[in-house]
Design a protein around this ligand. Structure first.
Ligand SMILES: [Zn+2]
Length: 127
C-alpha cells in the first residue's frame, strides 16, 4: 500500500510528491510544533520546488478544514455512539481530538494538496 510511487506514500510520509526520495519538511516529526510548517524550498534529489506558486499552500487550508470536519465527526461518533458519552462530553472529545491531531492534520492537508497537483515521476532526479 505504501510502495514508492503511490500518492498515498507521499501523502502519509510528506515526501517529495515528484520523486518521493526525501521529506518536504525540515523536521520530519510533526510534533516539533515550532517547525510543523517549515518546509525545504526544493527537493535536493529532483530539484522540485514545493511552493509551486506564491502562497500555493493557502489552498491547503480548505483541505485542512475538510479534514478537521471529518475528524470532528469521527470523534463525535466514537465518543457518543461507541462510548455512550453525553453531548457535552462528546463536544469535549471533539475539541481534544482536534487539538491533539492538529499538527498531523496540518501536514496531511499540505501533503494531500500538493499531491493533487503533482504526480510521481520515476525518472525525476535521474539525469
Ligand atoms: Zn524530489
Amino acid at each position: 500500500m505504501l510502495k514508492k510511487g503511490s500518492k498515498l506514500n507521499s501523502i502519509l510520509t510528506g515526501s517529495c510528491p515528484k520523486c518521493q526520495k526525501e521529506s518536504m519538511y525540515e523536521d520530519k516529526n510533526p510534533l516539533h510544533l515550532g517547525k510543523v510548517l517549515k518546509m525545504n524550498e526544493n527537493c535536493s534529489h529532483c530539484g522540485f520546488k514545493y511552493q509551486i506558486e506564491p502562497s500555493f499552500f493557502y489552498g491547503a487550508m480548505y483541505v485542512s478544514y475538510a479534514l478537521n470536519v471529518a475528524v470532528g465527526i469521527a470523534a463525535f461518533i466514537v465518543s457518543f455512539v461507541f462510548f455512550g458519552a453525553t453531548i457535552e462530553q462528546s463536544f469535549l472529545a471533539i475539541i481534544l481530538t482536534l487539538v491533539v491531531l492538529f499538527p498531523f492534520v496540518l501536514r496531511l492537508s499540505r501533503n494531500l494538496y500538493i499531491n493533487m497537483f503533482v504526480s510521481y515521476d520515476p525518472m525525476a532526479g535521474r539525469e
